[in-house]
Structure formats: C-alpha cells, structure tokens
Write a protein that binds this ligand. Structure first.
Ligand code: UD1
Ligand code: CA
Length: 448
C-alpha cells in the first residue's frame, strides 16, 4: 500500500512582493520548497510530485530531480491544483499525502503520523488540525455535536460564529487516492471562483464516510509563509530547531539567538560557537574548535581544535590546530595546513600554506605555495596579478619573508632564504640566500 506526496507550489505568493517565486525564498539557507520536499520524501514511497505554475521554470530549475513536476496553467484553487496530478499519478499509490510548499516547518514525523492515521481510517480523508487563538486566515474546522469533522470553512466564507472556532486546518492531508480523484470532479466552484481542496471534506461527510483528524501539538510546524513577516517567523522557528539539534549533539552555542547554522552544516563535539556567527553551505567543523564571535564561514572544511575569531572564510580548508583572526579573510582555494597561524588583516586565496606557517599581520597571499615553518612578515604581498594574468609564487620551507616584502610573481624562493624588510623581489631567490632592496639583490649566503 504505497503513498505518494503531492506538494502544492503553483500560487503566486503576491503578498511576498517579490520577483522570486514564494517557494524559492530561503529558510535557513534552503528554499522553502526544499524543506517541504525533504519532509515528504522521507515518509513516502515514490518521488514527490510538485504542482508548479507561477515562476514554474525557476522552481523547476531550483528543485532539479528531487521532484516530478506537474504544471497548473490556471490557478483555480487548491482542489484544481491537486487534480492536475491525476494523469501522472492515477493507479500509482493507494494513499496521497497532500501538503503545501509554503509550510517549511512541517516535520516528517508529523506527516508520517498523518499517513498512519489514514491507513487505519475506514474513510477517505485524514487531516491535520491545530488549536490556537491566532486564526491567521486559516480555514476553520466545523464539527458535529458528537465531535466528528463535518466541514472546513474558509475564513472568507465563514460566519461570525464559525470565525470564532479555534480549531484550524493546517493544510496537510492524507487521502485515499482513488476516492480523491473522483471527489475532485465533484467539488463546487466557490464564491471566489476557485475549486477548494477543503470541500472534499464535506463531500465525504455527505456520503457518510469518515473524516479523521490528528492534532498538531507544536504550533511552530504550522507556520505558513504568505508575507515576509511569516518568512521571518519561519526562519526563527527553523533556526531554533537546527540550533537545538546541534546543542544536543554536543556543540556549545553561547547565544543561540545570534547563531545562524545552515541545514547541511556539520559540527564536531565540544566545539564552541560564539555570538553573531554564521555557518553556511556545506561547512564542516571538527571537534573542540572555538568559532566566532563575529564570524562568517561558508562551504569550508575545518579540522579539530581550530580557533576562528572575527573572520570571514569561504571555500577554504583548514587542517587541525589552525588559528585565524581577528579579521582574517580566507577565500576560495585557501588551504591552511596543520598548525598554521594567521593573525589579523590577512587575506589568502588559491594558496597552500604548509604546516606551521605563520603570517601574523596584514598580508595578502594569492596563487602561492608556502613551505612548512615559513614566516611571512607583516605587510607582505604576493603581487600575483600583472593586469592581465595571475602568476604563481613558490616559497620554500623555513623561509623568513621580512616585513613589507613585495613578491612580484612569478617567483620561486628557495628553502631557508630571507628577504630584508621593504624588499621588492622581482627575481627568484636561491635557497639559503639573503636578498634586500628594491629591486632585491642577493647580499649573503646564510649558514644555518
Ligand atoms: C489553504 C486552505 C485553508 C488552510 C490553509 C493553510 C484551501 C481552500 N484552503 O488556504 O483551509 O487553512 O491553506 O495554509 O485549500 N495553490 C496552488 N494552486 C492554486 C491555489 C493554491 O498550487 O490554484 C497552492 C499555493 O501555492 C499554496 C497552497 O496551494 O502553496 C495553499 O494555497 P493558498 O492560496 O495559500 O491557500 P490558503 O488560502 O492559505
Ligand atoms: Ca497559504
């Protein structure tokens, strides 16, 4: 008895006032529709079907092969939207799980309870409801005197008495598939000119069939995004969920309220995250690190026991025991081997720093390889760009680059060489050689 998920995502989302389709607005760094698909696909048997319309091409591109797509040409309501999937899905599954892409906080566990309840229901519908004082424009659940679900009344069509009802339709259902395809053909056109999926409830009740409901306990799951205010609520709800999971796995967050961790981020045990820190993309952080405050890390891999203070890191790799900052900037292709110390106001891009390299103060290292235990003096710059091309700088092991050295690439500096303060190195330097001046000249062979 298989289940397929149908996720509604064709609406325009007018109230977002956005050029971006509503369901592509991110929550904790992932489009809302990603969250909806993630939850649905873990509890169903076949690839979910996404009903798209407004901004269809953009949505299709963003979602890729995580869903099958069905286009709803005219947005004639939620019932009409589901109906569009009939030719794709008829005969595939016994149960259809229907939800909306603008409810990013609905948990897989809740959807799975919904499916289980419908599997036990002799009637054709099980729906998710919530009891709350804030009606938020949701449909009201109307019950008979003996407490059975009788109908869902949309707020626009509700009487004052119906508006006072505190039990609301969350907008997630599990249906008997064959019954639903037939029922959708019989739902009436509403006063708003739409075919409401919610009217299937009344059809079932009129036919003497059982409509079951399960109650959602965590109101946060029912946050539906129609405006940017709701979007910020969804963001806060998801963020607190992600942060709690990290804390339960052994990560200390000194101030969860100012800690922003993406859905795919992995953090090792006993790492401490300080306030105002953003960990994004596919970032992985090892054990026992100190991260932040005031740090942004995107798509980086960081080893154990690293200290990253007030720095901005993107697409960089740090081995164990590296420390950076305050005010370090690592860009794409920066690789800092074990024990590298990178102090304040440094920038590294497309460069490999060997074990134990020290660059303590305001330097730029681009397109370079630096051997182990080399010291980069304050103010050192790899002049890697000649206005047209980038050139490589190769620095050996145990080298001492004096303060304010300009390394005009392409260049090679041999092991244990030294440059004098303020030198402008335009030619390669042999190992164990001291160069000084502008342009730098060899003045001495060094004995070590
Ligand atoms: C719907 C429910 C309401 C429930 C609420 C919960 C109906 C008639 N009402 O109302 O009872 O409390 O959700 O959020 O179902 N969509 C389409 N095609 C359409 C129309 C809508 O794909 O033609 C999609 C939207 O993009 C959205 C979802 O369906 O993802 C819900 O549509 P929306 O217009 O937001 O319904 P509500 O008025 O919120
Ligand atoms: Ca809605």
């Amino acid at each position: 008895m298989k289940t397929t998920s149908i996720i509604l995502a064709a609406g325009q989302g007018t109230r977002m006032k956005s050029d971006l389709p509503k369901v592509l607005h991110p929550v904790c760094g992932k489009p809302m529709v990603w969250h909806a698909l993630q939850a649905a696909q873990t509890v169903t048997d076949e690839k979910p079907v996404l009903i798209i319309g407004h901004g269809a091409e953009q949505v299709r591109e963003a979602v890729g092969d995580a869903a099958r797509f069905v286009i709803q040409e005219k947005r004639l309501g939620t019932g009409h939207a589901v109906q569009q999937a009939e030719s794709t899905l008829k005969g595939e599954s016994a149960f259809l799980l229907v939800s909306s892409a603008d409810m990013p906080l609905l948990r897989a566990g809740t959807l799975s309870r919904l499916i289980a309840a419908q599997k036990a229901n002799s009637g054709p519908i099980t729906m998710l409801t919530i009891i709350t004082d804030d009606p938020r424009g949701f449909g009201r659940i109307i019950r008979t005197e003996d407490g059975r679900v009788k109908a869902i009344v949309e707020e626009a069509d509700a009487t004052e008495a119906e508006k006072a009802v505190k039990e609301l339709n969350v907008g997630a259902y599990c249906f008997d598939a064959e019954w639903l395809w037939e029922a959708l053909k019989r739902i009436p056109l509403s006063a708003k000119g739409e075919y409401y999926l919610t009217d299937t409830v009344q059809l079932a009740v009129e036919a003497g069939l059982r409509v079951e409901s399960i109650l959602l306990e965590d109101a946060v799951e029912a946050i539906g995004v129609n405006t940017r205010i709701h979007l910020s609520e969804a963001e806060a709800g998801m963020r607190s969920r992600v942060n709690r999971e990290q804390m339960l796995k052994g990560v200390t967050l000194l101030d969860p309220a100012s800690t922003y961790i993406g859905m795919d981020v992995k953090i090792g045990q006993d790492t401490v995250i300080h306030p105002n820190t953003f960990l994004r993309g596919k970032t992985e952080i090892g054990k026992g690190c100190e991260i932040g405050p005031n740090t942004i890390i995107t798509d980086c891999k960081i080893g154990d026991r690293c200290e990253i203070l007030a720095s901005v890191l993107e697409k960089a790799v740090l081995e164990d025991d590296v420390d950076t900052g305050p005010f370090a900037r690592l860009r794409k292709g920066a690789y800092l081997s074990k024990g590298v110390h990178m102090g304040n106001f440094g920038e590294v891009k497309d460069s490999h720093l060997g074990e134990g390299v020290k660059m303590g103060h305001f330097s730029y290292i681009g397109n370079a390889t630096i051997g182990a235990e080399t010291n980069i003096g304050a103010g050192t710059i790899t002049c890697n760009y000649d206005g047209e091309k980038k050139h490589h700088t190769e620095i050996g092991e145990g080298v001492f680059i004096g303060s304010d050295t300009m390394l005009v690439a392409p260049l090679e500096i041999g092991d244990r060489a030294r440059t004098g303060a303020g030198s402008v190195v335009t030619k390669s330097v042999k190992e164990d050689t001291l160069v000084v001046g502008m342009p730098a000249r060899a003045i001495k062979t060094l004995k070590h």
